[in-house]
Design a protein around this ligand. Structure first.
Ligand code: UDP
Ligand code: LCN
Length: 807
C-alpha cells in the first residue's frame, strides 16, 4: 500500500480522513472528483476544521490528497487513484470499515465503468487493449527523469550491445555504408570495398591520401582518386572535411564508442526528402490562421519545413553533394479543399515562402461523398476519409519526390494516422508530433465518450491515437510534461496508459512511457518575423505606425471593439483563437474583477472575430457572446480593446514589439496549453510574459526569472500577480527591462528552429541506423496495430461515413 495512505491510517489523521470522506459524501454519495475538485474540497475541509495553514503540506493526509489524481465515491466505498511519482499510478479501495484493498488496472477500469453504469460482466468481458508485451523485449529507460531523452539512451544501450562483438559491429557498419544512394547515385562506398576487412584497410589508405592534400582542396578535384579506393561522394566537400569524417570512422572501427557513433551518423547523408503530414485544417500561408483547427500547428509545420530544408541544404553542402545536383525536398502533405473560401487550399501545390524546394502538396478526399468532401470538415469528422486519402497521397508523394521519402512526420491525431498508413506502405521511418491531443483537453472525454460521440467521435480518434503512437519509431514532444506531466499532473501521453471506453474497450497498457521512442525537441520561432523590439534597424517605421494605430486608436466597428479612455496606460496584451480552452474570456473576467489593475492598465486582445455571424463554430460563438457579457458586467468600456482581425504574420510580429515599446505585458491565460508558441513569440520580442501554469509554458518560462506563472482558474491571484509586477515596475522602471532582457535570452538559448532541426535530423539518422542494424522485429506489434485499425477504427469510421451520407 502507498506509504502515505498507510501513514494516514496508522495515525490520528485517520479521523481526519473519515471526516473528509463524510464531508465529500454530504454532497452526494456517488461522485467522481478530479484533482482540482479534490484540492478544493480538501481546502474547504481544512477551513471547516480550522486546521493550521501548513496542514495540507505537513500532514500525511494533506500529502496523500496532493498526490491523489482521482477520487471516486461509490456508495460505501471510496476509490483513490494516487500518483505517488511521475508515470506511476496506484489505486485503492477504502471500505466503510477503513480496510484497504489495492486494485489492479483491470479492477480500476471496472470501477470506472460501474460509475457510469456501463459495467455488465454478465454480458461477457470487455475487449482489452494491451501493448505491454510488445515492449517487453525492447530497451526501456529506468529513471523517470530520463523519459524524453530516448535517443541518448537508445544509442548507449544499443552500442554497448553491438560493440561487444567486433565482428558483428564491423559487419553492421559495412552493411550500413553500402546502403546509401540518391536518385541512382551511389554514395559513400562502392563495390571496390567488398567486405568489412577491406573497409578498414581502405579507410586507412584514403586517410593517408587526404592527409597530404591542402585542407581546402575541393572534393571534385580528387573525386576520382577516392572512387578508385572505393569511396563515393558523401564524405565531405573539402579535403579537411573528408579527413575528419574518415578519422571518425577509423576510430569507430578500431575502438567504438557511442559518442563517436553519434558524431559519425550526423555526417552520413541519408535524409534528403521529408514529408510532414498535417491533414485536417486549412493549411496555407495566408488567410487561414484563426480558422477552426488551424493555429500553432500550421505555424509550427511551416517553420519546421523551412528550417529542415535549410539544415538539409547545409548538411548536403558539407557532405560534398551539392555539386552533384543533390537537393533536399520537403513536402507538407495536407488536404485539398475544393470549396476554398478564398484561401489557396484548393491548389495542389503551393511553394513554401522562403524555401527553394519546400512545397505544400494538397490531396483531396476522394469524392465518395461530394456534399461533404468538397468542403472543409472539422477535425472531429474526417476519419472516414483518411485511409483512401493515404492511398492517394502515397501516389502523389512518390510522383513529387520521384521516389520514396526518407522520413515521414505526422502531426496531430489525423496526421499521425496518415503517417502510419504511409510509413507502413512505403516502409519508411515514422515520427509523430502531437501538438495537443483531445483526450487531455476534454475532461472525462473517454468515460463519457458515448454521450460525446455524436459531435466528437472520440472512439475513432482515441483508437487512431493508440495506433499511431505505438507504430511510430519516434515521438517528438515539445516538453517533458507533454509525455509524463509533472509531479502533480498527468501528461498527455501518460493519459493513454490506461483508460476505459465503456462498452467499447479497456486500455490496460496503451503506451510505454519509458520507451526510448519519446524525445523532447521543442520548436522555435520564426526569427525573421519575431525579434526583439530593440532591433530598430529591422523594423519598418511605416508598419510600426500602422500597428500602433490599430492597437490603440483605430475606430472601425467591423474590426475593433472598444475605445480607450487613456491609451497611455500600460497595455496588457493577449492573442489567441477564441476557443474555450484559450480562456481569453477568463482574462477579461480577471481584469474586470480588479479595479486596481484597470487603474494601471488597458487590456488589448487580438481574438479572431467580433461577431457571432462571422463563425459557424459553436465554441467560438459562445466565447464571443461571453466576451460581450463580461465587458458589460464589469463595465469595461474605455479600458479594453478587442481586435477581431486576422493579421498577416509580418504584422503579428510587429504587434508584440509595439506592445513592448509601450512597456506592456503579455498574458497567456489558457486553461491548458500544450506548448504555447505565442509565449515564445512574446518573449523573443521582449515582453514580460505571464503564462498559464497548465502545460508547456511551465517549461518555457522560469518563474520570476524570465517570466511568471499564473493559475488562470484563480482570477484574484492572477490579477494580484500582474498588479504586483506592474506596481513594482512603476516604482522601479528598470525591472521591466530586466525581465524583458531575460525573456529574449531564454528563447535564443533554448528555443530556436536551428536547435530543433539539428536535433530532429540527428534523431532521424540515429533511429534509421538502429532500425537497420538491429533489424528490430516490430512486425508483431504492427500486426496487432493493424487489427485495431481494421477491427475498431475502420468499422467505426465506416458508420460515421454513413451518417455523413444521410445528411
Ligand atoms: N496567431 C495569429 N493570429 C491570431 C491568433 C494566433 O497569428 O489571431 C498565431 C500566433 O502568433 C501563433 C499561433 O497562431 O503563432 C498560435 O499558436 P499557439 O501555440 O499559441 O496556440 P494554438 O492555436 O496552436 O493552440
Ligand atoms: C498546438 C497547441 O495547442 C500549442 O500549444 C502549440 O504551441 C502548437 O500546437 C504548436 O505545437
Amino acid at each position: 500500500m502507498s506509504e502515505l495512505l498507510q501513514a494516514v491510517l496508522e495515525s490520528k489523521e485517520k479521523t481526519d480522513l473519515r471526516d473528509f470522506i463524510d464531508l465529500l459524501r454530504r454532497e452526494g454519495s456517488h461522485r467522481y472528483l478530479l484533482r482540482n475538485d479534490i484540492l478544493n474540497a480538501f481546502s474547504s475541509f481544512c477551513q471547516d476544521q480550522e486546521k493550521s495553514l501548513d496542514y495540507p503540506k505537513t500532514s500525511a493526509l494533506g500529502r496523500l490528497i496532493y498526490y491523489t489524481q482521482e477520487l471516486i465515491l461509490e456508495y460505501e466505498s471510496l476509490y483513490l487513484i494516487v500518483r505517488p511519482e511521475i508515470a506511476k499510478q496506484e489505486s485503492y479501495r477504502i471500505c466503510d470499515d477503513f480496510s484497504v484493498e489495492s486494485l489492479t488496472r483491470q479492477e480500476l477500469l471496472d470501477v470506472r465503468d460501474r460509475y457510469v453504469n456501463h459495467y455488465n460482466p454478465e454480458e461477457g468481458d470487455v475487449f482489452e487493449i494491451d501493448f505491454q508485451p510488445f515492449y517487453d523485449y525492447s530497451p526501456i529507460i529506468k529513471d523517470s527523469k530520463n523519459i524524453g531523452r530516448g535517443v541518448d539512451f537508445l544509442n548507449r544501450y544499443m552500442s554497448s550491445k553491438l560493440f561487444q562483438d567486433p565482428n558483428q559491429w564491423l559487419t553492421a557498419v559495412y552493411n550500413f555504408l553500402s546502403l546509401h544512394s540518391y536518385n541512382g547515385i551511389t554514395l559513400l562506398i562502392n563495390g571496390r570495398i567488398q567486405n568489412q576487412q577491406q573497409l578498414s584497410a581502405q579507410v586507412k589508405l584514403a586517410l593517408t591520401f587526404v592527409n597530404d592534400l591542402p585542407h581546402n582542396k575541393p572534393y571534385e578535384d580528387f573525386r576520382f582518386d577516392l572512387q578508385n579506393m572505393g569511396f563515393e561522394p558523401g564524405w565531405g566537400n573539402t579535403a579537411r572535411r573528408i579527413k575528419e569524417s574518415l578519422e571518425i570512422l577509423d576510430e569507430l572501427i578500431d575502438s567504438p564508442d557511442n559518442k563517436g557513433l553519434e558524431a559519425f551518423l550526423s555526417r552520413i547523408p541519408m535524409i534528403f526528402k521529408i514529408v510532414l503530414v498535417s491533414v485536417h485544417g486549412w493549411f496555407g500561408q495566408e488567410g487561414v490562421l484563426g480558422r477552426p483547427d488551424t493555429g500553432g500547428q500550421v505555424v509550427y509545420v511551416l517553420d519546421q519545413a523551412r528550417s529542415l530544408e535549410k539544415q538539409l541544404e547545409e548538411d548536403i553542402e558539407l557532405a560534398g553533394l551539392t555539386s552533384l545536383g543533390v537537393k533536399p525536398k520537403v513536402l507538407i502533405l495536407s488536404r485539398l479543399i475544393p470549396n476554398n473560401d478564398g484561401t489557396r487550399c484548393n491548389e495542389r501545390l503551393e511553394k513554401v515562402h522562403g524555401t527553394e524546394n519546400g512545397w505544400i502538396l494538397r490531396v483531396p478526399f476522394r469524392e465518395n461523398n461530394p456534399n461533404v468532401t468538397q468542403d472543409w470538415i472539422s477535425r472531429f469528422e474526417i476519419w472516414p476519409y483518411l485511409e483512401t486519402y493515404a492511398i492517394d497521397a502515397e501516389r502523389e508523394i512518390c510522383a513529387e519526390l520521384e521516389g520514396k521519402p526518407n522520413l515521414i512526420i505526422g502531426n496531430y491525431s489525423d496526421g499521425n494516422l496518415v503517417a502510419f498508413l504511409l510509413a507502413r506502405r512505403l516502409n519508411v521511418t515514422q515520427f509523430n508530433v502531437a501538438h495537443a491531443l483531445e483526450k487531455s483537453k476534454y475532461l472525462f472525454s473517454n468515460l463519457y465518450w458515448q454521450d460525446l460521440e455524436e459531435n466528437y467521435h472520440f472512439s475513432i480518434q482515441f483508437t487512431a491515437d493508440l495506433i499511431a503512437m505505438n507504430a511510430a519509431q519516434c515521438i517528438i514532444s515539445s516538453t517533458y510534461q507533454e509525455i509524463v506531466g509533472r509531479p502533480d499532473s498527468v501528461g498527455q501521453y501518460e493519459s493513454y496508459q490506461n483508460f476505459t471506453m465503456p462498452d467499447l474497450y479497456h486500455v490496460v497498457n496503451g503506451i510505454e512511457l519509458f520507451s526510448p521512442k519519446f524525445n523532447v525537441v521543442p520548436p522555435g520561432v520564426n526569427e525573421n518575423i519575431y525579434f526583439p523590439y530593440k532591433n530598430t534597424e529591422d523594423r519598418i517605421p511605416n508598419r510600426i505606425e500602422q500597428v500602433e494605430e490599430l492597437l490603440f486608436y483605430k475606430e472601425d466597428e467591423s474590426q475593433v471593439f472598444g475605445k480607450l479612455d487613456d491609451p497611455s496606460k500600460r497595455p496588457l496584451f493577449s492573442m489567441a483563437r477564441l476557443d474555450r480552452i484559450k480562456n481569453l474570456t477568463g482574462l477579461v473576467e480577471c481584469f474586470g474583477r480588479s479595479p486596481q489593475l484597470q487603474e494601471h492598465c488597458n487590456l488589448i486582445l487580438i481574438a479572431g472575430k467580433l461577431h457571432v455571424s462571422e463563425t459557424t463554430d459553436s465554441e467560438e460563438k459562445d466565447e464571443i457572446e461571453k466576451m460581450y457579457r463580461l465587458i458589460e458586467e464589469y463595465n469595461l468600456q474605455g479600458k479594453i480593446r478587442w481586435l477581431g482581425v486576422r493579421l498577416p504574420k509580418s504584422d503579428s510580429g510587429e504587434v508584440y514589439r509595439v506592445i513592448a515599446d509601450h512597456h506592456g505585458i503579455f498574458v497567456q491565460p489558457a486553461l491548458f496549453e500544450a506548448f504555447g508558441l505565442t509565449i515564445l513569440e512574446a518573449m523573443i520580442s521582449g515582453l514580460p510574459t505571464f503564462g498559464t501554469q497548465f502545460g508547456g509554458p511551465l517549461e518555457i518560462i522560469q518563474d520570476q526569472v524570465n517570466g511568471f506563472y499564473i493559475n488562470p482558474t484563480n482570477l484574484e491571484e492572477t490579477a494580484q500577480k500582474i498588479l504586483d509586477f506592474v506596481q513594482k515596475c512603476d516604482r522601479n522602471p528598470e525591472l521591466w527591462g530586466e525581465i524583458s532582457e531575460k525573456a529574449m535570452q531564454r528563447v535564443y538559448t533554448s528555443y530556436t528552429w536551428k536547435i530543433h532541426t539539428t536535433k530532429l535530423l540527428s534523431l532521424a539518422r540515429i533511429y534509421g541506423f538502429w532500425n537497420f542494424t538491429s533489424q528490430e522485429n516490430r512486425e508483431d506489434m504492427l500486426r496487432y496495430i493493424e487489427s485495431l485499425f481494421y477491427l475498431i477504427y475502420k468499422p467505426r469510421s465506416q458508420a460515421l461515413l454513413e451518417q455523413h451520407q444521410g445528411r
